[in-house]
Ligand binder design. Sequence first.
Ligand SMILES: NC(=O)c1ccc[n+]([C@@H]2O[C@H](COP(=O)([O-])OP(=O)(O)OC[C@H]3O[C@@H](n4cnc5c(N)ncnc54)[C@H](OP(=O)(O)O)[C@@H]3O)[C@@H](O)[C@H]2O)c1
Length: 325
Amino acid sequence: MQAWQFSEYGRFEDVLEWVERDDPIAGEGEAVIRTTAASLNFPDLLMCQGKYQVKQPLPAVSGAEGVGIVESIGAGSKFQVGQRVVGFCHGGGTLADKFKVANNNAWALPDHVDDATAAALTVTYGTSYFALMHRAQIQPGETLLVLGGAGGVGLAAIQLGKVFGATVIAAAGSPEKLEICRQQGADHVINYRDEDLVERVKDITDGRFADVIYDPVGGEIFEQTKRCIAWEGRIIIIGFAGGSIPKIECNRMLLKNMSVVGLAWGQYLGRNPALAEKCQAHLYDLLRAGAIKPVIFNTLPFDKVFDGMRMLEERGMYGKIIVER
Ligand SMILES: NC(=O)c1ccc[n+]([C@@H]2O[C@H](COP(=O)([O-])OP(=O)(O)OC[C@H]3O[C@@H](n4cnc5c(N)ncnc54)[C@H](OP(=O)(O)O)[C@@H]3O)[C@@H](O)[C@H]2O)c1
């Protein structure tokens, strides 16, 4: 088969190559999927650089989520040959003709979920669902502040925040991105590149601040983010697209009776597969009901992966980029 493979770490354009490599072989409880679509995620950039928390042995294949048809199965696989499934490869593997997934990391697709939607939905909505429902236990009527609101996980958080009955404030870095956030349900928007985040959140909430903050950005803006939390609020740490890992003072947590909670979605697949399965089923129900809908910024052929990665890197895009085989 052929795959987007890297043999050393570096910027994607310097290390990714479309090369011939051996087909994956399904072991016990695994299936090999013939890829029809995949989506790009911010961590794909980090994986090529060796900066992601999960590293596959080199040479490794890029891509964390993919859709396709089951081509072969190992003993104990929950799938049958010919089924259409979506799968998650923590640390990479889906930007290839074929990829291999374990039972806990893949789900059969209902007919009403097309390939591109499935590829766009799994990581981003899974992450935002677990973050808001399971970790923050968001309640109807609470105020949710979403940083990086027009990004992949950010837009999913906005849509799910509305489903869960929250008032949603989205923060993003350009007027175009703020418009997308509004279209996807944000009640209020803030341009955190040229507005004072703390003052705006204070104004919007009449001085109460946000009950839940969804933060995939971290970085320098966190100096403001941590001041936007309400009494008994929860800051959910999703990621560090801003490039640096921030710190928080414990006295701030004590005085505000607040919590800082981490969320690593991929770990739930192995540690609590039943909950992951339930989340996936609920997401498909919400999709069928029209309550959520992934925003697809661009769909590219597999040989244009570099164009998609560049869009992720340059920060000009919103939503998801799909690559189709
Ligand atoms: N914890 C988990 O389970 C989990 C799961 C998936 C993803 N993540 C993490 O969540 C973060 C976002 O992932 P994503 O796939 O949603 O990425 P994305 O679509 O590229 O969105 C990231 C957003 O972050 C903002 N941003 C701020 N500073 C940036 C910078 N220096 N470079 C690039 N973007 C910057 C951008 O919005 P503005 O331009 O509007 O600021 C951008 O829209 C990543 O750190 C990723 O690793 C975590």
